[in-house]
Design a protein around this ligand. Structure first.
Ligand code: SAH
Length: 452
């Protein structure tokens, strides 16, 4: 084993130089980087090395000797330990700057000359999440809900999740208490035994409706009728209770099949005045107020006049498609999750919007089909998952050559990669607008317009 610059348990005083994209402080000892939780650039800290690896190591703060002017008081260590809120110790304006800077650095590394505008933040950057997915585990004979410690499957019990709608926190505790009362076993992931794996809750920001999904290893949950009756009695705003079965030993939270136990099998909410049906397995943006900001900007950037044919790739339940359809000639949406496409079609009807067509399939495949059918889009809207656009999707864009692309990204690394690939086809971006959808966390959302 080669010698590292530091030894386990060694104590030393360091000055934090940088922040990783995950929000860890970085200090260097003879060029050897140490990653340190709850430490901000400029701060002088006494640390203890906990995990020296070959190329880098992890250390813990023993004592902070100076405070960054951007430091705010930490509400609960659990939020950092679990990664729920890894930036909670950084003042919100500095979080917004940090995110812009991440994009700037990525662009610089990729030799992209694109201006990054100041992030659009939230007035009140806590309690914003309209959805929770909370693991249920047994700790010393007691059923607990909380979150995993980072890079582990050790559950830390949490009641107040800080960034979730407080009504959702209340619902989780209420369900947890019912499960305890009826002695329903928590799932054991090492043995793949036990029953309840996760509690998922969604709450409509405008509708105030609540959906509770119990994710279970088995259909046969003890005392299910009593639990459902108790929940509806104690929380009348619950309009839907669903059982989702996930029998596999996997980290994926939801299984493929659901059964409705009470009420509707979907949740209703609104965005920018349109109504939306949201099924348990469908994607729905988690920050409702910022979603309205994001969509308004995206539609604005698309520059629609009412005559355009628009493709909305990765369309989910059709939220962006329907918003754009009000300003376009026709919108074609494509989405891989069948339930989400079914929702999108219902949502079009619900809002009396008829100039939309939704296809189920992989965006990269359906784009190729559309290209073969000579569908000519004026504007291509994309909102892909973290892994970004598939190379075959980019290839199809190269054949179709829409005049304008609006790229909503939740991962600047794949965004930079994809812009590079699109440059091959003559596309150019001039500005990126970050919109903070995930305060207190490291996640970065942005909108970029590309034109030919
Ligand atoms: N624009 C929507 C959804 C964005 S999230 C909204 O704002 O609500 C990304 C969506 O892409 C998810 O609904 C996911 O199911 C879908 N998706 C993931 N991979 C895909 C693929 N290869 N082709 C089409 N859709 C995909």
């Amino acid at each position: 084993m080669p010698e590292t610059a530091v030894k386990k348990n060694q104590e030393m005083t360091v000055t934090i130089e940088d922040l990783t994209y995950e929000g860890l402080g970085v200090a260097k000892v003879d060029g050897y980087p140490l990653f340190i939780e709850d430490a901000l650039p400029g701060e002088e800290v006494l640390i203890r090395v906990v995990k020296p690896l070959k190329q880098y190591g992890f250390a813990r703060v023993q004592k902070r000797l100076t405070d960054s002017p951007d430091r705010v008081e930490v509400t609960s260590r659990a939020y950092t330990q679990t990664g729920i809120a890894p930036l909670q110790h950084l003042a919100y304006p500095a979080q917004l700057k940090f995110k812009e800077e991440q994009i700037r650095q990525l662009y610089k590394k990729s030799h992209l000359d694109i201006e990054v505008l100041p992030s659009i933040g939230m007035a009140n950057p806590t309690g914003y999440r309209n959805k929770a997915q909370v693991p249920v585990r047994d700790i010393n004979g007691m059923l607990q809900t909380g979150f995993y410690k980072k890079r582990s499957h050790e559950l830390i019990p949490i009641d107040d999740f800080f960034i979730q709608d407080p009504k959702i926190d209340q619902a989780i505790m209420m369900v947890r208490d019912r499960l305890r009362e009826y002695h329903v076993p928590a799932y054991d992931e090492r043995k793949n035994t036990g029953v309840i794996r996760h509690i998922m809750v969604r709450r409509g920001y405008y509708s105030h409706e609540m959906m509770i999904v119990l994710v279970s290893r088995v259909w046969d949950v003890p005392h299910l009728d009593e639990i459902v009756a108790d929940i509806t009695k104690m929380m009348p705003e619950v309009t839907s209770i669903v059982l989702n079965r996930n029998s596999k030993p996997t980290n994926v939270i939801l299984g493929p099949s659901t059964r409705t136990l009470f009420g509707k099998d979907y949740l209703t909410d609104e965005l920018l005045g349109s109504k939306f049906h949201i099924s348990p397995l469908s994607f729905y943006q988690v920050n409702p107020t910022q979603t309205e900001v994001l969509y308004t900007k995206a539609v604005e950037q698309a520059g629609l006049t009412g005559n355009e044919v628009v493709i909305d790739a990765y369309s989910g339940i059709g939220t962006i498609s329907l918003t754009m359809a009000r300003h376009a000639k026709h919108v074609y949406g494509v989405e891989v999750v069948p339930d989400a496409v079914a929702d999108a079609r219902v949502n079009a009807e619900l809002n009396d919007i008829h100039n939309v067509t939704f296809e189920v399939g992989k965006a990269e495949d359906v784009m190729q089909t559309w290209k073969d059918q000579n569908l000519q889009a004026d504007v291509l809207m994309v909102d892909p998952p973290r892994k970004g656009l598939d190379p075959s999707f980019v290839e199809a864009v190269g054949y179709m050559l829409p005049k304008k692309m609006v790229y909503v990204s939740c991962n600047p690394a794949t965004l930079a990669r994809d812009i590079h690939a699109l440059e091959e086809f003559g596309y150019q971006a001039t500005t990126t607008q970050p919109v903070d959808m995930f305060p207190q966390t490291q996640h970065i959302e942005s909108i970029t317009v590309l034109t030919r």
